[in-house]
Design a protein around this ligand. Sequence first.
Ligand SMILES: Nc1ncnc2c1ncn2[C@@H]1O[C@H](COP(=O)(O)OP(=O)(O)O)[C@@H](O)[C@H]1O
Ligand SMILES: O=C(O)C1=C[C@@H](OP(=O)(O)O)[C@@H](O)[C@H](O)C1
Ligand SMILES: [Mg+2]
Length: 174
Amino acid sequence: MSLPIYLIGARGCGKTTIGQALSQALGYAFSDTDHNLQLTTQRTVAEIVAAEGWDSFRARETESLRAVTAPATVIATGGGMVLAEVNRRFMREHGQVIWLNAPSTVLADRLERQPEAAQRPTLTGRPIAEEMSDILRERAHLYRQTAHHEVNAMQAPEQVVDQILQSLSLARAS
Ligand SMILES: Nc1ncnc2c1ncn2[C@@H]1O[C@H](COP(=O)(O)OP(=O)(O)O)[C@@H](O)[C@H]1O
Ligand SMILES: O=C(O)C1=C[C@@H](OP(=O)(O)O)[C@@H](O)[C@H](O)C1
Ligand SMILES: [Mg+2]
């Protein structure tokens, strides 16, 4: 049976973008926990956080992870999915976990170009470059301990997809 593939990493690393391309390359379905939440609640992340707070958003995010988990599916998670140990364990036990790793400077540059503020309300109230440096420093160990494979997300999307495919095929071969 083809296990789900979970993409993890900080905001802007490419989980949603690469996830869509990877799903096409594999002939898998594609799901995104943030998109799933927007569909089920009819609200953006910013609206959920404003109305209910971050703790409630995180609880909904945990539900969304389970709701979208299915065989032969590439799942783009939200950048904070790894904050909850229960999510880290769930992903490792139910599928292959890929960390799209890129420096905070690259992430900040991408996010400044396309903020998508409705889905990415500020986490710290600080400018994006500072925020991403802090967030990556705080979470890097969580991404590292959750991932089965780490991929350089600075590359062009096609190269990131190729590296993931190589990692997965090497894993299957071993
Ligand atoms: N490998 C890449 N190279 C260049 N730009 C990228 C790459 N991956 C994603 N992007 C861009 O970065 C921004 C964030 O991508 P997205 O997939 O939304 O990331 P995430 O879901 O991890 O927050 C988008 O504007 C996207 O087009
Ligand atoms: O890093 C985070 O805590 C978040 C990342 C966002 O998803 P993306 O990583 O897809 O932007 C979204 O889940 C929410 O704004 C919280
Ligand atoms: Mg995303």
